[in-house]
Design a protein around this ligand. Structure first.
Ligand SMILES: Nc1ncnc2c1ncn2[C@@H]1O[C@H](COP(=O)(O)OP(=O)(O)OP(=O)(O)O)[C@@H](O)[C@H]1O
Length: 241
């Protein structure tokens, strides 16, 4: 597999305030094409705010955010238009000529043949795969994932994680995933950063071999060590030597 590509996200000295409080206080972040970064952090630390700044939906109070041109977000909920069929949801806002690419994107997420179905007939996991296809068809330079697996049941979540890992390895966008799940972060990411009190408490490379589908925290000491360190930085586990 090829190494990381050019920088697709460059954040310098980024500060965002709501009222008097700085939710983000001078943070720096680089993400390269083909690199998968997971963001962990206690509730309310500004993870979603950071994604919104990367997507250009919020303006910084100080500092700079530079991204490659095509930035796409997948959210916790699929956000499908109920009155449009699956393929029309995938190609929403794109010209008719994008329909063939839309079909291919649906096939990539395992939904070939479902083009004319209505969103109401999809399971939660299927609807989220349609949302992924809608992101893919836009050929993003930067893919922002805001807890995209959080609403899925455990088995569907593992399958969706494997699918996202495979799609990102093939298309190689720069990925920023917001999650509360330490195991998910370790399973998917090349780097995991913990956001606390407006800054990164740690930004750690996860140099475990891929594919990681069968990775077991119980069996693998390297996974256990990453998990222990990240939980410590999240303030939910005692520090041990
Ligand atoms: N538009 C806004 N106006 C005022 N305060 C806001 C706004 N958006 C976010 N905040 C505040 O900024 C802080 C960070 O919110 P954000 O949603 O980014 O956190 P988060 O880390 O994504 O949280 P969670 O893990 O619970 O999703 C919170 O205290 C939130 O109340």
């Amino acid at each position: 597999m090829s190494g990381p590509g050019e920088v697709a996200v460059r954040v310098r000295g980024l500060t965002k305030r709501f009222g008097a409080a700085a939710v983000l206080d001078g943070i720096d972040l680089d993400v390269r094409r083909g690199e998968f970064v997971a963001l962990l952090g206690p509730s309310g630390t500004g993870k979603t705010t950071l994604l919104r700044l990367l997507a250009g939906l919020e303006r910084p109070d100080a500092g700079t955010v530079l991204t490659a041109p095509r930035v796409t977000t997948v959210y916790q909920e699929p956000r499908l238009v109920v009155a449009k069929r699956v393929l029309a949801n995938v190609t929403l806002g794109l010209p008719r000529s994008a329909r063939e690419r839309g079909r291919r994107a649906l096939a990539e997420v395992g939904l070939a043949g479902r083009e004319r179905d209505w969103p109401a007939t999809l399971s939660g996991g299927e609807a989220q795969r349609v949302a992924l296809a809608r992101a893919l068809v836009r050929d993003p330079d930067v893919l922002l994932l805001d807890e995209p697996f959080a609403a899925l049941d455990a088995l569907t979540r593992l399958q969706a994680q494997d699918l996202v890992a495979e799609l990102c390895a093939r298309h190689r966008p720069a990925v920023v995933l917001v999650t509360h799940d330490v195991d998910e972060a370790v399973r998917l990411a090349d780097r995991v950063a913990v956001l606390r009190d407006g800054a990164f408490a740690v930004d750690r490379a996860i140099d475990l071999p891929r594919p990681r589908g069968a990775l077991s925290g119980a069996a693998d000491p390297a996974v256990r060590e990453h998990r222990r360190e990240l939980l410590t930085h999240l303030g939910v586990a005692p520090s041990s030597p």
